[in-house]
Design a binder for this molecule. Structure first.
Ligand SMILES: Cc1cc2nc3c(=O)[nH]c(=O)nc-3n(C[C@H](O)[C@H](O)[C@H](O)COP(=O)(O)O)c2cc1C
Length: 255
């Protein structure tokens, strides 16, 4: 199996980066091919911008979708984007390791998606969702947050953390991925010293052990459910009898 790890953390000695290395090690020990993209280490530019395109189709106005499609067609995408797309197309599972920042993924990871999920190449009309280019591949989000698990439940003050990751997961689904239930590690707080830091260290060691056990059974993890194409009308509206899996796509009464 080909495993691709995307790490989005600025510090290689952080808990997040160590956990990404654990993922790398565990799968390598099982004999899988593992690649790791460390976005900060590569100095990945998360800004989708005109300066990345050296063979523009339209130089008057930077139309991102037009230039993405054109660069894909004429094979003039930036070298790092080609490399990342190559690794993605080759992967059976992609694991995203990142800290939960301001109710979502860090900007560098969002920008990675903006630039790497190239229109015309990784998605286009008729090649989306269950017909997506990346269908058959699995995606797993492994994230940490400072808030306690209890506060990240739907009635907690931090808000429903899993739900906040839904837009990112839906975008993965959009390009065809099967998305595994995210693995969230709560209570990973920075800035602690003394006894508090020791307690946290022991707690995190326990959480890493649990993660390793869980990773060994990753193929038993539930998938995040999404609506099928057949749940929508030809106009893309949820049919009245279709199931609802998230408040982001739900029935409305327009009367
Ligand atoms: C910019 C920033 C935003 C953050 N936003 C959140 C947040 O919305 N919810 C939360 O629980 N923790 C938040 N945190 C805490 C981080 O998630 C936490 O420090 C990190 O996951 C710890 O892992 P690390 O030691 O590997 O960095 C934030 C931290 C930073 C620096």
């Amino acid at each position: 199996m080909n495993v691709l790890i995307i790490l989005a953390h600025p510090e290689r000695r952080s808990f997040n980066a160590k956990l990404a290395e654990t993922t790398q090690q565990i799968w390598a020990e099982k004999g899988h091919d593992v690649n790791l993209i460390d976005l900060y280490h590569e100095d990945f530019d998360p800004r989708e911008a005109s300066w990345h395109y050296n063979q523009r189709q339209n130089t008057d106005r930077f139309d991102v979708m037009q230039e993405q499609r054109h660069s894909w067609d004429v094979k003039s995408l930036p070298e790092e984007i080609n490399r990342h797309i190559g690794l993605l197309l080759n992967a059976d599972i992609v694991v995203f390791h990142f800290p939960f920042w301001w109710c979502g993924v860090p900007a560098i990871l969002k920008g990675w998606m903006d630039r790497v999920f190239v229109y015309g190449g990784l998605y286009r009309s008729g090649k989306r969702y269950e017909n997506g280019i990346l269908q058959g591949k699995n995606a797993l989000l492994v994230s940490t947050g400072a808030a306690s698990a209890r506060l990240c439940l739907p009635d907690g003050r931090e808000g429903d953390t899993r739900l906040m990751l839904w837009p990112f997961m839906y975008s993965l689904h959009y390009v065809g991925f099967n998305v595994l239930e995210p693995y969230l590690i709560h209570g990973v707080r920075g800035g602690l010293a003394g006894k508090e830091a020791d307690v946290l260290k022991n707690d995190l060691e326990e959480k890493v052990k649990n993660y390793i056990v869980k990773l060994g059974k990753w193929n038993e993890w539930p998938l995040v459910p999404f609506n099928r194409n057949s749940d929508f009308t030809n106009e893309g509206i949820l049919k009245p009898d279709a199931p609802v899996y998230s408040p982001f796509i739900r029935h409305v009464d327009l009367k």
